[in-house]
Design a protein around this ligand. Structure first.
Ligand code: NAG
Ligand code: NAG
Length: 440
């Protein structure tokens, strides 16, 4: 068994059985974008292109009346900017998609030059759940000439790979967050690759997770550990070497894992369904800073040699115990996890990363308000200290508050800074804790 397992992994790496492999996508919740106009989409797409993202995955909920107008706008702008898009049919948010509706969407929008295709000209299609409708897809695929990579994570890799006589051309796993006070591992990714054999594996990667929403349709209030997650997971992408990578997400504000810009007009959800406005002014722009480097490394298998040195940092905006936890749990029992106090998971610390050609002669200072701490690097590129890649470390809040500025210098010369985010407060801004982070 061990031998077969290892063999399956190496085969999927060596044989390029999947067309157009090694692409990086970002998940867009179309339900959040009703108020966005052409200029907003131009901005979104240009930012994604700067980050070297290949396409947006458009998550569409069945029967959402806002979809059609939003899709027309997004496709029009994507065509003008030569960007790509494909659908993820969401079978969970508002119920299952009727087969004819799926075929209609793929057929109409698949005719656009902006629709993402594999090298052998198949329309790439994904889902959020929908295993009960697996039986629809033999027909859908045949009618639309599509390449089908659903997320059927609820079933686990073995069952999902076999559904409807193995109708999936690949699988996407939504498993992008760790269980407990620990780093995420690649165990589940390897299980997917093993179950899929030479079919495609699309790996999920996400920078953070905190949700606190309460409305008549759903109540959800938990976090998963976000400290160290983003850069640790990118290192795992290089190890797992999946066929595709999907970033969770571009604009899911409700779960705090957006890497796209925060736009006030997209935050209507928080007026009606959240006890505190936990996304307002909480920029995550810093989580895009290393993407061109990571994506090139993933695609070529080697660390790029030409790049701009950069520094990024992220932190929560108040000490964990400065106010009540708001009922937020670390972990979620619905996922068979042991729930723990949220402060056990995310430290009161400023985390920083520096993308450098080498750490030789490099120093880090972290200013919080008037206080200045000297930082060190504790995590190095896989190729070791002195080589090109992302170097990481953190310093504790240490009771300080104010603007956060992380500066990386080499031989006394400033290389790059990370600053301009919402300041770290000494106390909470609201009556309960905001477990979202700022990334600059
Ligand atoms: C997570 O991994 C990093 C190395 O990538 C290590 O420095 C750190 O101690 C780990 N943290 C936990 C909680 O295991
Ligand atoms: C966000 O920033 C705006 C502009 O500076 C300010 O008016 C608003 O109060 C801020 N809101 C929060 C929740 O930080």
């Amino acid at each position: 068994m061990k031998f077969l397992f290892a063999l399956a992994i190496s085969v999927s790496v060596v044989l390029p059985s999947v067309q157009a492999a090694k692409e990086v996508f970002a998940h867009v919740i179309v339900g959040n974008v009703r108020s966005l106009d052409n200029a907003d989409w131009e901005d979104n797409i240009k930012l994604a292109q700067e980050a070297k993202i290949d396409a947006f995955v458009l998550n569409i909920a069945q029967g959402d009346e806002g979809n059609e107008a939003s899709l027309q706008t997004i496709f029009q702008v994507a065509e003008s900017l030569n960007f790509k898009l494909f659908f993820s049919f969401d079978y969970k948010a508002l119920g299952a998609w009727p087969k004819e509706d799926v075929i209609d969407h793929i057929t109409r929008f698949g005719a656009s030059p902006a629709y993402f295709k594999t090298d052998d000209d198949k329309l790439f299609v994904s889902t959020f759940e929908g295993p009960d409708n697996a039986g629809d897809w033999a027909d859908i695929k045949a009618t639309t000439n599509s390449f089908f990579v659903p997320d059927w994570s609820s079933q686990g890799p073995v069952v999902a790979a076999g559904l409807a006589d193995g109708v999936a051309d690949g699988l996407f796993s939504f498993d992008a967050w760790p269980n407990g006070d620990t780093n995420i591992t690649i165990k589940s990714d390897l299980e997917y690759q093993d179950a899929l054999g030479d079919r495609a594996y699309m790996m999920a990667i996400s920078p953070w997770f905190y949700t606190n929403l309460d409305n008549p349709d759903f109540t959800k209030n938990w976090l998963w550990r976000g400290d160290e997650l983003w850069d640790t997971r990118w290192a795992q992408v290089m190890e797992v070497n999946p066929d595709f990578v999907e970033i969770l997400t571009w604009n899911d504000y409700g779960e705090s894992h957006y890497i796209g810009p925060v736009r006030e007009k997209e935050l209507g959800l928080f007026d009606t369904s959240a006890p505190i406005p936990y996304v307002e002014n909480m920029s995550h722009d810093g989580w895009r800073k290393f993407l061109p480097f990571y994506i090139e490394q993933y695609k070529t298998g080697a660390a790029p040699t030409e790049f701009e040195e950069r520094v990024a940092a992220y932190y929560r905006t108040a000490p964990a115990l400065a106010c009540p936890d708001g009922g937020t749990t670390g972990n979620n029992a619905d996922f068979n996890e042991v729930e723990q106090p949220p402060q056990d998971f995310n430290e009161d610390a400023v985390f920083y990363g520096a993308l450098l050609t080498s750490d030789e002669g490099v120093t880090v200072t972290v200013k919080i308000g008037e206080n200045e701490q000297t930082g060190t690097f504790t995590t190095f590129p896989a190729s070791g200290a002195g080589t090109a890649g992302v170097y990481r470390g953190s310093v504790p809040f240490g009771g300080n508050s104010g603007d956060v500025v992380v500066t990386v210098s080499r031989d006394g010369q400033v290389v790059a800074t990370a600053e301009g985010g919402k300041p770290l407060g000494a106390t909470c801004e609201f009556d309960i804790q905001n477990w979202n982070a700022v990334a600059v």
